[in-house]
Design a protein around this ligand. Structure first.
Ligand SMILES: Cc1ncc(COP(=O)(O)O)c(C=O)c1O
Length: 460
């Protein structure tokens, strides 16, 4: 263990070492059993003679503060210290906005019946392929320069993302316009900081995805919630002064319906008229189970005001923290610089491994396989849904929402369900004005029928 000792002058150096180590032991900063550095190392670090450090240790040992085990070193003796004093609470206070932002919901633990939205089933993840790709990157890294990479991302990953977007989403992308981010979440943060002066009005869907609202509020934006109906965002309800509109057109979060084609056209036209930015969050559209895919807003955009955000949290693993942003060339330089200023770049070994995963075909294979797994779970969920729950029509993603009878208290129902071992989220968690309902994830749900039977018991 390194021990902080500050020497002053050249007088009584052994005494200074003795007093500081003793004080640290008595105050509990060096608890019993802590290994102290060998006298040779301590002396070298402090720039003193070895026997000066030795004299201090001998005195501490003679007074019972230290014990020495031949061959294994010097340790703090038992019986000293007790609890280290609590750190001073401090006089510093965060900006008021941080008091308004909810702390993240704890996703620890594994409920018996897990219907939390947005969780992929990690047991199906091709761990062996991923391990092979990552290990080969770490080996190559040991032989390489180990220097910082391009803030916009690993070039092969940016190219692989652009290729996949073109093929799977009909989104034309120049790899130079792809920025690899720490999840979709960081993409939103970068967009707000690069494009909007603090105090700007930004529109989000209500109900909607809280972490994005928080990112925008934390960046100093005035967040305005705009209702959604069966066709998605109600474009007529957008405030005229909104500089940015955040939407989930493929699979509205949390309700699940796609944005209707007429609404897509309307919001593009609205953005043109109001000189606003549209942020299209396409977080889980790889999992579509019925019908034809609708054109992403980005593909319909004639004037370059749609920013497209993607995530690998559902297709790969949420723990990887990998996502991306596709933006017009006019923002290339600023976004790359913003990423550099924020955290320089996403870890390179993971980026390079993901590039390999995409180009060797493992990604497409995994998504195809999981589509079958999730389609089956979704069908079983719909078939066994308690009659009190009316599903919102939707055909994509890893969750669906269902309305409860009017007047129900969805938060109380979710709390009651938790007592029966069922984890579900109430719709009210995502918007204060949403009618009562439940959000049911099927990504990680394995025991669907018994889980829904337990949920039905908590509804009655
Ligand atoms: C609407 C929405 N956007 C994005 C994400 C993914 O975010 P990230 O890539 O930061 O994990 C989620 C995950 O639940 C989501 O629900």
């Amino acid at each position: 263990m390194d021990v902080h000792i500050g020497l002053s002058g050249r007088q009584d150096l052994a005494g200074q070492i003795y007093r500081q180590v003793r004080e640290a032991i008595v105050a509990g900063r060096l608890p019993p059993g802590t290994a102290l550095p060998a006298t040779r190392r301590l002396a070298a670090e402090l720039g003193v003679a070895r026997n000066t450090a030795g004299a201090a240790y001998e005195r501490l040992a003679a007074e019972g503060f230290l014990r020495t085990r031949v061959g294994s070193g010097t340790f703090v003796a038992d019986g000293f210290g007790g609890r280290a004093p609590d750190p001073a609470p401090g006089v510093l206070r965060p900006l008021p906005v941080w008091e308004t932002i909810r702390e993240p919901v704890s996703l620890e633990g594994r409920p018996r019946y897990d219907f939390r939205p947005g969780h992929p089933d990690v047991r199906f993840f091709p761990w062996a392929s991923w391990r092979r790709l990552l290990t080969s990157q770490l080996r190559a890294g040991a032989a390489g320069s180990g220097m910082y990479g391009d803030p916009a991302g690993h070039p092969e990953l940016r190219a692989a993302i652009a290729e996949r977007l073109a093929a799977a989403r009909s989104v034309r992308a120049d790899p130079q316009d792809v920025v690899v981010t720490a999840g979709a979440q960081q993409a939103i943060d970068l967009v707000a900081r690069v494009l909007l002066p603090p105090g700007s009005a930004v529109a989000v869907e209500e109900p909607g995805y809280p972490p994005v609202r928080h990112a925008l509020a934390a960046a100093g934006m005035r967040v305005v919630r705009v209702p959604v109906d069966a066709g998605g965002l109600v474009v007529d309800a957008l405030p005229d002064d909104a500089r940015l509109v955040f939407l989930t057109p493929s699979h509205q979060f949390p309700l699940g319906m796609p944005m209707a084609p007429a609404r897509r056209a309307a919001v593009l036209e609205w953005a043109d008229r109001h000189d606003a930015v549209l942020v299209e969050d396409d977080y889980d559209s790889e999992f579509r189970f019925a019908g034809r895919p609708l054109e992403p807003l980005h593909a319909l955009d004639g004037s370059g005001r749609v920013l497209y955000v993607g995530s690998f949290s559902k297709t790969m693993l949420p723990t990887l923290r990998l996502g991306f942003l596709l933006a017009p060339p006019s923002l290339r330089r600023a976004l790359r610089t913003a990423k550099y200023v924020s955290d320089w770049h996403v870890p390179l070994p993971e980026q390079a491994a993901l590039a390999g995963f995409l180009t060797e075909g493992s990604f497409a294979r995994h998504v195809r396989r999981m589509r079958r797994v999730y389609a089956d779970r979704r069908a079983r969920l719909l078939a066994a849904l308690p009659p009190e729950l009316a599903p919102v029509p939707a055909a994509a993603g890893l969750h669906l929402s269902a309305w409860l009878p009017p007047g129900s208290d969805d938060a109380a129902i979710a709390a009651e369900a938790a007592r029966h071992g069922v984890a579900v989220f109430p719709l009210s968690m995502f918007g204060a004005t949403a009618p009562p309902g439940l959000v049911l994830g099927f990504g990680a749900a394995t025991e669907i029928e018994p889980g829904l039977a337990a949920l039905a018991r908590s509804l009655r």
